[in-house]
Ligand binder design. Structure first.
Ligand code: NAD
Length: 527
């Protein structure tokens, strides 16, 4: 067991001052400098894969495949993709053309916010530090990283490696618990990204409000799974069980509970049993096969939830306090007022809540906080659409669980109590970037906009009205309502794509020259 060295509280202001001087030196304005730091970050991870895997195994008992697939690989790719994307992301943008504004050459500069604070949780201690760090560096900020004290091996490794690979005047690590984080939160920052529980999220928000510091909160919640009785139950069971087992259920996007039509509950349980047998042919308690709970407190909290459940344990239930082991545990016939339904489980326990139908399931989800994810297992487009359009959540995922934060190009974030703000990839860059609006107005423009200067006359009032655009016709009759969610238009987009592909394929496959818009096209096979 490593002894995590906490940063002395009295040094914290000095560390922040160093970062501020580093930022003010202006070297992060240079994109090449940012790219150098990003490559250093990527190589820091690549050079230390083994040590990171060992640290994660020591802190969480995590099997190496999970560490590689869910943390180290994605962190390396986030640094690499930020390196590849930053030239484009940081480019000054011209404002869209507007007849009233174009002469002033309006542009948007992508400027770093300044010195930012990243506070990370224990459950994915590498990815939730490294991915935001990559985005903050790409955006040109100086960064103070506060990893979790609950993962001492990973956090000490960061304290050792980061100063060796990255500019110490631009990236610093503060290790510690509540007193150290409280001190950090007493100071003004240019942005705070907090990932963790809603309870601490409230503390962070209140502290940030004192300095009017902008905050992004990446929180958790109870992410439900809807089961369509006609779905592929074996596939659903396999994926849901995996989502619950990976990192012993300590995943913010883990399926928290399953809403199953009463008549298919037993079929679903049997499918889970099959998957359980396939996943763990040897004992699941074998070291290196299944992650452990992070702390004795986490173990006792989940044990307490299970001790008090009114449901029936149908799989698992084995525990070992000494090693903080809780086997994957499936509980069926769980009522909605159960101990397992009052808080985010964040452990390897899956309650199954039988419901009459999808309407009852939607009503239940809507009577609780908006979760980080809503999962649906169904092959029926109308069923998926019904659930997605009538619920709210950070993400809406069909026939998959957990991995949506790793899909390139998708924003990751919650809504309401599951968080605010978006990260991963360019979204992290955007979070740490100030859009600085700028224009440069020529003197001759006053020939057109001169009406704005006093004395105000009837003529100048009329001139001021001439620059307004006319409104579209007044609406007649009741509004048309359309419940379709954005994914409806995604479907339409794909429809157009396939239509276009069809047209091109037809043209490409023609054996005769064709005339399109007056021009003659001769297919390659003829010409
Ligand atoms: P946590 O809130 O206990 O700890 C996170 C960080 O907050 C740590 O660095 C810790 O030192 C600091 N902290 C703890 N108590 C504090 C206090 N009183 N004052 C100031 N700082 C304090 O969270 P956790 O238990 O490590 O993480 C679990 C939660 O995080 C779950 O709810 C999970 O869903 C959520 N989570 C969300 C995401 C996401 O991206 N949305 C990702 C991972 C985890």
């Amino acid at each position: 067991m490593v002894d995590l060295k906490y940063t002395p509280v009295e040094e914290i202001e000095k560390i922040q001052a160093t970062l501020r001087n580093g930022f003010r030196s202006g070297r992060t304005k240079n994109i090449e400098y940012r790219k150098y730091q990003l490559l250093q970050l990527a190589y820091m991870l690549q050079d230390n894969v083994k040590r990171l895997e060992e640290a994660l195994a020591a802190d969480l008992g995590r099997p190496p495949l999970e560490s590689q697939f869910l943390e180290i690989g994605p962190s390396m790719m986030d640094a690499r993709n930020a390196w590849a994307g930053v030239d484009k992301w940081a480019k000054t943008e011209r404002a869209p053309f507007s007849i009233n504004g174009f002469a002033m050459r309006p542009v948007i500069y992508k400027e770093p916010k300044g010195v930012v604070l990243i506070i990370s949780p224990f459950n994915y201690p590498v990815w939730l530090c490294m991915s935001p760090l990559a985005g903050a560096i790409a955006a040109g900020n100086a960064v103070l990283l506060k990893p979790s004290e609950s993962t001492p091996h990973v956090s000490s490794l960061f304290a050792e490696l980061i100063p060796k690979y990255l500019d110490p005047e631009l990236v610093a690590v503060v290790n510690g618990g509540v007193p150290e984080t409280t001190k950090l939160l007493d100071l003004p920052w240019d942005h705070i990204l907090y990932t963790g529980s809603g309870q601490v999220g409230r503390i962070v928000s209140a502290a940030a409000a004192k300095h009017l510091t902008p905050v992004s909160l990446e929180l958790g919640g109870k992410s439900p799974v809807f089961i369509d009785p006609n779905c592929d139950i074996e596939l659903a069971a396999k994926r849901i069980l995996w989502g619950k087992c990976v990192n012993a259920g300590q995943t913010c996007t883990a399926p928290d509970y399953v809403l199953v039509p009463r008549e298919v509950q037993d079929k679903f349980v049997n499918a889970l049993k099959n998957s359980m047998d396939n996943f763990y042919p040897e004992s699941v308690a074998t070291p290196g096969v299944f992650s452990r709970l992070v702390t004795p407190q986490a173990f006792n909290r989940i044990k307490g939830l299970l001790d008090n459940t009114k449901g029936t344990i149908v799989i698992g239930g084995e525990m070992d306090e000494a090693t903080k082991f809780i086997a994957p545990t499936i509980v069926k016939d769980v009522p909605t007022n159960d101990s397992l339904m009052n808080e985010e489980i964040f452990g390897p326990v899956l309650p199954i809540v039988p419901v009459k139908d999808v309407e009852e399931a939607i009503a239940y989800v809507n009577s609780n906080d908006h979760p980080l994810a809503v999962y649906v297992f169904s092959q029926d487009a109308a069923y998926k659409q019904k659930v997605f359009s009538r619920t709210q959540s950070g993400s809406a995922v069909a026939n998959e669980v957990v991995i949506q934060p790793g899909i390139e190009g998708l924003p990751f974030g919650g809504i309401g109590p599951s968080g605010s703000g978006y990260h991963t990839g360019k979204y992290t860059f955007d979070m740490f970037t100030h859009l600085r609006a700028s224009l440069d107005s020529p003197g001759w423009l006053d020939k057109i906009l001169g009406f704005r200067f006093p004395p105000y006359t009837d003529k100048s009032i009329k001139a001021s009205q001439r620059i307004l655009k006319s409104l579209p016709p007044r609406p007649t009759g009741p509004p048309r309502t359309n419940n379709a969610m954005a994914n409806g238009s995604a479907t339409k987009w794909w429809g157009k794509y396939f239509f276009l592909a069809f047209v091109l394929a037809t043209i490409g496959g023609l054996t005769k020259p064709v005339k399109i818009l007056g021009r003659k096209f001769v297919p390659k096979i003829l010409g």
